[in-house]
Design a protein around this ligand. Structure first.
Ligand code: CA
Ligand code: CA
Length: 193
């Protein structure tokens, strides 16, 4: 409706995306308009440069890590391209959790924790090192805290989380630290509502 774009979503695609992510058809249509407007080349996929044009990501200290997550989640076999389904799949991690939605799994606590873990695991080896923690902390706080303090925060965090004493934080250790944190709330962004 009112969409002058020549690109249109197929009804079966909408259904498949709805089943996987829990977005409503109206939300999927709106996300598709957003996706199409970012897709400057009109090739039905987004590149890293396309993401860098999103103001919310440009000003987010973790923007670079979030953009990385879009490419990490990409399931279309091409590492440097994000198609519409990849795009929606990543955004689904930020959907607030509502009751009676067990069938839509992308926004469960475990999925959100995995998503957050991958933000820190820069080299993708499934462990968070002190250097990775420090790099992400630096992105988050910028110049507000001196490097020595940040280093001591990173070291203390590793010591507290690292129960098997390998100087790295595994996903299990990460999840344990966040056991009492309201991840569901913190990892929910109320967009499109
Ligand atoms: Ca790592
Ligand atoms: Ca460990």
């Amino acid at each position: 409706m009112g969409n002058s774009s020549s690109l249109h979503l197929q009804q079966e695609d909408v259904q498949a995306i709805q089943d996987e992510t829990g977005f409503t058809p109206q939300q999927i249509e709106r996300l598709y308009s957003r996706f199409s407007s970012l897709d400057k080349a009109g090739k039905s996929h987004l590149t890293r440069e396309d993401f860098l044009r999103i103001p919310e990501l440009a000003i987010n200290p973790l923007g670079d890590r979030i953009v990385h997550a879009f490419f990490y989640e990409s399931k279309n076999g091409e590492e440097d391209k994000v198609d519409f389904k990849d795009f929606v799949r990543v955004l689904a991690h930020f959907r607030p959790i509502k009751k009676n939605q067990e069938k839509n799994k992308l926004n469960t606590r475990m999925e959100k924790l995995h998503f957050a873990f991958r933000m820190y695991d820069i080299d993708g080896d499934d462990k968070i090192s002190k250097e990775e923690l420090l790099a992400v902390l630096t992105m988050m706080v910028g110049q507000n805290i001196c490097p020595e303090q940040l280093l001591s925060i990173a070291e203390r965090t590793i010591i507290e989380a690292d129960t098997d004493r390998d100087n790295l934080i595994s996903f299990e250790e990460f999840a344990k630290v966040l056991e009492r944190t309201d991840v569901e709330q913190k990892m929910s962004i109320r967009f499109l509502s």
